[in-house]
Every structure is written in structure tokens, then in C-alpha cells.
Write a protein that binds this ligand. Structure first.
Ligand code: FAD
Ligand code: SIN
Length: 525
């Protein structure tokens, strides 16, 4: 079945929905998500959204903090754009009904997180993402121009390749005409033709054994662009959040927001000693890469699986009021955070790299934009500053709409795209071939491509992945398409890109730390 829309939006988190709401003023919009609109990384965001609001904070300070965190790898023009445009996009969120906490004077109650020199994190208690996502969903439901397709899994981008042309990475002017998507309820594959397509497919947590990301995060958009011969970069910069709750077996791993350290919590070893000062003069509030590596080092030195986060010195009532969900979650596990230390461990959390885009959110493929975590704008450089992700997503979704509406009138649907061809395919004999291979990818990545890397480990990972790649491509070619086999292909592509790009970086920078080219850990003794 073929459907036609001016704008095809793949992904229903903050990037996809905010784009859709603005694009709907200029044409028809299809908004696809692979489960329900409520299930996105956006919904899980805790800490908040960074924006300069009041003096003594300033754009210059936020820019400086972002650049320091990015460890010399940010694109200055992107950093300036996002930080200058942040307050306007916060106003958009307020207009869409997002409710950020205020203090007794009626001003926004701003939190501070690692790497920020000022309080500038707008938040809604400790579940900011849920507040944003639900407000955006309410807006989408009020818009008749936006057709929402839940449980639709985008499989492949449509390009000249589907017209029988050979498309290579050297082909100039690759164009995107939409996407094939699987309706998971009917098992039919639909052809979505569009004039403009936005990828807003979120993160890649599914590539690792432990992650804070929900299970939708399998890097689908990134893998689709790679297969369509578009540019994907900075994939070696995988962010591990320093303080996920240590609770083996739980997936996704529950996050203990960095804002709790901004509020006064400190890290301790299992024998109760503070250790962060040994690694960085900013202590527990150093940027994430430094804190995660310090914890990883302490755990390796002591042979333990976690360290402690201590918030017991703070006022108990205030702690409960600021962090009600963390309090409740820990209490369910028998940890009263106002009295007990919280066991925490670093966990995969975010990807700084992804689909390369310019300042307009335009990818290297014509008619294709990307925004949010699947994109690489240059804001985060080698290490994202806390709470800079949600703001990047909404600023770049805005830039993409503004650019797309200038072009849309000159674009036509490509009616020559054929429907999906599944001739010669059958149901896989054994689903275990898919589920087991998925686990193997996670294990390879967690064992060999984690916080501390080496050439030896990266080559081991690549060799093992190559076997899985060959087996999976063979299985894909003869199988009826399912979400499971597509996700497996995608996590293999994403893992491959991370390893390959990590091997190419002959230095330690930001989140990419390798023992073969060690940069000294700053201020380590
Ligand atoms: P998402 O919100 O992840 O949405 C992705 C969408 O794409 C989903 O709708 C999904 O169904 C859809 N999709 C994916 N693949 C397909 C496919 N093949 N076909 C169809 N649809 C598809 N950032 C901050 O700035 N501040 C924070 O406080 C913060 N806290 C966080 C806490 C947690 C626990 C986590 C996991 C992340 C946090 N982040 C935070 C990061 C931030 O939440 C994400 O980077 C951001 O929400 C990503 O938004 P997005 O719109 O790019 O993607
Ligand atoms: C957190 O609340 O610590 C997460 C913030 C982020 O990932 O930006």
C-alpha cells in the first residue's frame, strides 16, 4: 500500500513531535513510531533541559561549559546557535503546555548538573521528560493535519537505489523519497512517499547490555542512513552516565539524575570514602566522561560492581520534594535515600555522534533531515554536557522545518518507487537465531567497546561482529521482514560504525578513552 505525505516524520520523541507540530502548518504530516507515542527516550529524561534564563548566567558561560565538556571537538557555530535559540524554544514548550517547576518568587527553579558553571536546568521535579512528552502528545492529538502511525516500524529509506540505480558513497545528490515501514499489527509493509523526510529515531542503547534507554533505542535511523550511503560520524563518542542505579537484571537501568549531585550528593567508595577530588578539582560535579571513568577505575581497583552516591547529608524533606520518583523507586528496593547510600554504576546512556547534519538539520542525503539523538550536529563534540540533548533536539527540529518549508514547493513525490518485494522469503525457522545474536552484539559491545578501550579489544569486537553480520544478512535475505530481524541488522550496523570510528581515532578524547593513546586523566594523581 502506498501513502503520500508532504512530510514524513520517523520518530515521536521531542525532535519528531516538535517538527511535526510546526510542519503541519505547511502540509500533510505522517508521524511514525515503532511502539506508542509514550515510549521514547524523551519520556525517560529526568534532570531537565538547559537554557540560559537569568543573570548571573549568560550565553557566554553556557557556550564555554559546552565547549569544555566537548573536549575540543564541538562545532562552535552549532554551539552558539543552540544556546542562543534555547530560550525561544523553551517558550515554545511553555506554549505547548509544558510545566516547569518554579520557586516561591515565581521564577523557574533552576538545577545545576555536572560541567555547568551556573544553575540553568529547567525541570519538572525529576521527571521532566515525561512532562514534555505528554504535553507534546496532547498537542499532536489536537492537530488533524498530523496522522499518527503507532506500531509502524520504518525499515528502509527510499532512494535512487529503489529505482534500480547503483548508489555508492561517492554518488552525488542521493535523494530520499520516503521510507518503507512495517505495520506491526497487520504485518504489511507500506510505502510512505514524501517530499521531505525527518529522521528522529533517538538513541542506540540496545547495542549494550546495560543502558538507561528504553528498548526502542536500537539506532534504526542511523543504520538506515548508513545503508542509504549517507554520512554518519562521531560514533566513537558513546556516553556512559556515571550514576545508574545498581540493580542487576533491570533493563532499562534506572537513572539517578546528575541533578542530585548538583543538589549536594557526593560519590563514595564502598568503605565510605569520597574519591572524586582525586580525579578532578570539580569533584562529583566534573563532566560526565571524567566521573564515569573515575568510577570505572575505582571499581576496577577494588574489584566491585558499584560505588555509592550519598545524599543523606541533605534535608530529607527537600530531597523527597525535588526527587520524588528516585525516592520512590529506591524505597521499593529497600533503600531510603534520605538515610541510606545509593549503589550506582556507569551505564550506556547517550550517543553524541550519528547522522551528520548541517546547521539546518539537513543530512548528506537530499530531502532528508535528522534531529535529536540520532543526529550529529556538532553541539556535543566528544562529550555531551548534561541536559543539552533535549534543547538540541527542539532547536534543530525547528531549524529543519524552517529549511524544509523553503524547498517543499519545488519537490514532487517519486511515483516510480515500487512496493516492497518479499518474494522468496519465509518465516525464520528459529527465532532464537535472532534473539541470541542480539545478545551476542550486546555482550561484544559491553565487553570490548566500553568506557576504556584498546586496539586489541576493538579488533576482537570487530572480528566477532563480522561473523554476526554475515549470518544476519543471510538470514535477512531469506526471511519475512519482522521488527526483530530489522533491529538486529540495525544494532549490528551501529556497533560496526562505533568500532570502526573508534579504531580510526588515534587519541583519547572526551568519551573515547583508549589505553593505546592515553591522554592523562585530568588532575589524576
Ligand atoms: P526519542 O525521544 O528517543 O524518540 C525516538 C522515537 O523514534 C520513538 O518514538 C521511537 O518509537 C521512534 N523510532 C525509533 N526507531 C524507529 C523505527 N525504526 N520506526 C519508527 N519509529 C522509530 N537529555 C536531556 O537533555 N536532559 C535530561 O535530563 C535527560 N535525561 C535522560 C534520562 C534518561 C533515562 C535517558 C534515557 C535519556 C536522557 N536524556 C536527557 C537524553 C534525551 O532524553 C534524549 O537524547 C532525547 O529525548 C532524544 O529525543 P529524540 O526525539 O531524539 O528521540
Ligand atoms: C540526568 O538527569 O542526569 C540526565 C541528564 C542528561 O542526560 O542530560
Amino acid at each position: 500500500m502506498t501513502r503520500k505525505y508532504d512530510f514524513l516524520v520517523i520518530g515521536g520523541g521531542i525532535a519528531g513531535i516538535s517538527f511535526a507540530l510546526k510542519a503541519a502548518k505547511h502540509g500533510t504530516v505522517a508521524l511514525l513510531c515503532k511502539t506508542t507515542l509514550s515510549e521514547s527516550n524523551t519520556s525517560y529524561a529526568q534532570g531537565g533541559i538547559a537554557s540560559v534564563m537569568y543573570a548571573p548566567d549568560s550565553f557566554e558561560k553556557h557556550i564555554e561549559d559546552t565547549l569544555i565538556s566537548g573536549d575540543g571537538h564541538c562545532n562552535l557555530a552549532t554551539v552558539e546557535k543552540v544556546i542562543h535559540e534555547a530560550p525561544t524554544q523553551i517558550d515554545e514548550l511553555l506554549n505547548w503546555g509544558v510545566n516547569f517547576d518554579k520557586n516561591e518568587e515565581g521564577l523557574f527553579d533552576l538545577h545545576r548538573e555536572g560541567g555547568h558553571s551556573e544553575h540553568r536546568i529547567l525541570h519538572h521535579k525529576d521527571n521532566t521528560g515525561y512532562e514534555i512528552q505528554e504535553s507534546l502528545i496532547r498537542q499532536v492529538k489536537a492537530h488533524t493535519e498530523i496522522e499518527v502511525f503507532e506500531h509502524f516500524f520504518a525499515i528502509e529509506l527510499l532512494t535512487q537505489h529503489h529505482l534500480g540505480q547503483v548508489v555508492t558513497r561517492q554518488t552525488p545528490n542521493i535523494e530520499c523519497y520516503g521510507a518503507y515501514a512495517l505495520n506491526q499489527r497487520s504485518n504489511h509493509i507500506h510505502t510512505f512517499l514524501s517530499k521531505i523526510t525527518l529522521l528522529a529515531t533517538g538513541g542506540i542503547g540496545g547495542v549494550y547490555c546495560t543502558t538507561t534507554n528504553p528498548e526502542i533505542a536500537t539506532g534504526d535511523g542511523i543504520a538506515m542512513v548508513h545503508r542509504a550511503r549517507g554520512i554518519v560520524n562521531d560514533m566513537e563518542f558513546v556516553q556512559f552516565h556515571p550514576t545508574a542505579l545498581y540493580h542487576p537484571g533491570e533493563k532499562p537501568t534506572f537513572l539517578i539524575t546528575e541533578a542530585i549531585r548538583g543538589y549536594g550528593a557526593v560519590l563514595r567508595t564502598l568503605d565510605g570514602k569520597q574519591f572524586m577530588q582525586k580525579y578532578d578539582e570539580r569533584g562529583s560535579l566534573a563532566p560526565r566522561d571524567i566521573v564515569a571513568r573515575a568510577i570505572d577505575n575505582e571499581m576496577k581497583l577494588r574489584g566491585c560492581d558499584f560505588v555509592y552516591l550519598d545524599v543523606t547529608k541533605m534535608d530529607a524533606e527537600e530531597t523527597k520534594q525535588h526527587f520524588p520518583n528516585i525516592y520512590k523507586k529506591c524505597l521499593e528496593l529497600g533503600i531510603d535515600i534520605t538515610k541510606d547510600y545509593i549503589p550506582v554504576t556507569p551505564t550506556q546512556h547517550y550517543l553524541c555522534g550519528g547522522i551528520w547534519v548541517d546547521l539546518n538539520g539537513q543530512s548528506s542525503i537530499n530531502r532528508l533531515y535528522a534531529a535529536g539523538e540520532c543526529s550529529c550536529t556538532g553541539l556535543h563534540g566528544a562529550n555531551r554536557l548534561a541536559s543539552n540533548s533535549l534543547i538540541e533536539a527542539i532547536v534543530f527540529a525547528d531549524a529543519a522545518v524552517k529549511d524544509a518549508i523553503k524547498k517543499i514547493h519545488s519537490l514532487k513525490y517519486n511515483d516510480k518507487i515500487p512496493d516492497w518485494n518479499d518474494e522468496g522469503t519465509s518465516l525464520p525457522e528459529e527465532m532464537v537465531l535472532i534473539t541470541q545474536s542480539f545478545k551476542e552484539v550486546e555482550q561484544i559491545m559491553s565487553a570490548y567497546v566500553g568506557i576504556v578501550r584498546s586496539n586489541l579489544r576493538l579488533h576482537r569486537a570487530l572480528n566477532r561482529l563480522e561473523i554476526l553480520y554475515r549470518e544476519t544478512e543471510h538470514l535477512f535475505d531469506k526471511s519475512v521482514v519482522s521488527r526483530e530481524i530489522c533491529e538486529l541488522r540495525n544494532v549490528i550496523s551501529v556497533a560496526y560504525l562505533i568500532i570502526k570510528q573508534a579504531l580510526l581515532r588515534k587519541e583519547s578524547r572526551g568519551l573515547h578513552y583508549t589505553v593505546d593513546y592515553p591522554a592523562p586523566m585530568r588532575n589524576e594523581n
